[in-house]
Design a protein around this ligand. Structure first.
Ligand code: IPD
Ligand code: CA
Length: 264
């Protein structure tokens, strides 16, 4: 585990917000069968978790700016530091009672992500990373998977929601990857997709049309676990491009090569 004042601040904030989220998830499971469904209830749970995170992070680091999924941008006095906060990544899973979602908090310093925490409250899995200090799942040091051959690899991707993104291009990309990969997954939480690459459960992952709060924490997790992360077109920093392709060096190279050949 990483013991630094920064990590303590981040982990405390995330754990605090997770308590309400876990309670609310129990309730969502009961609301599934109601006609109206749990939609409004989930939005309220999401906002509550964000408030808890915002208050805790502001109290500990008053000058830092914030980019929050629900409430947008909060300008800080300290222009070097920005939190990227997703109080509930995997909202559709949460809403449908699928136990795969997480809180994600990343810290950007002068354009670089320097620390990240992703917490899955259902499985009680805490993923943390800080620049130069490694990546951990609970107390275990993380390393990306070592598989070199696509035919053995499990590759995740993200699908855009209705009315968003380029569906035909994604279908072509998925077809190209399926033609060579051992298996594919669409798990439903970008933050956990990145965390799962960091810990070697997934071999590689790509997705476009993301937001900084979806990926900030995951980028540093994968890098500190020895993996490669770029934008999906392999041309820029993922945070700026809001897209990712990641994996170990060999599979990242092969994946971006496949994506490049698919017409936009
Ligand atoms: C979504 C999830 C999903 C990804 C979407 C994101 P949300 O975040 O990370 O896996 O495919 O692009 O918007 O809406 O659940 O916070
Ligand atoms: Ca998200």
């Amino acid at each position: 585990m990483i013991s630094s004042p920064l990590m303590t601040v981040m982990v405390d904030a995330v754990r605090k917000a997770s308590r309400g989220l876990r309670r609310d998830y129990g309730e969502v499971e009961n609301l599934q069968v109601s006609r109206k469904g749990p939609g409004d209830f989930v939005s309220a749970a999401d906002r509550k978790a964000e408030e808890t995170l915002r208050d805790a992070l502001m109290k500990a680091r008053p000058g830092y700016g914030m980019v929050l999924e629900e409430s947008g941008i909060v300008e800080g006095q300290d222009k070097s530091h920005t939190w990227h906060v997703d109080p509930l990544d995997g909202t559709a899973n949460f809403l449908h009672g699928i136990p795969h979602f997480a809180i994600s908090v990343g810290l950007e310093r002068d354009g670089q992500i320097v620390a990240g925490v992703i917490y899955d409250p259902v499985k009680d899995e805490l993923f943390v990373a800080e620049r130069g200090k490694g990546a951990y799942l609970n107390n275990r040091r993380l390393r990306v998977a070592g598989r070199q051959d696509m035919a053995d690899a499990l590759i995740a991707y993200g699908t855009p929601y209705l009315g968003r993104g380029n569906h035909p291009r994604l279908l072509r990309e998925v077809a190209s990857v399926m033609a060579v990969a051992g298996g594919t997954r669409r798990m439903g939480s970008a933050a956990l997709d990145l965390a799962y690459v960091a810990c070697g459960r997934l071999d590689a992952y790509w997705e476009r049309d993301l937001q900084t709060w979806d990926i900030a924490a995951g980028i540093i997790l994968v890098r500190e676990a020895g993996g490669f992360v770029t934008s999906a077109d392999n041309a820029s920093e993922p945070l700026a491009a809001r897209s990712v392709a990641c994996g170990n060096e060999a599979l990242h190279r092969e994946l971006v090569g496949i994506l490049r050949k698919v017409q936009a």
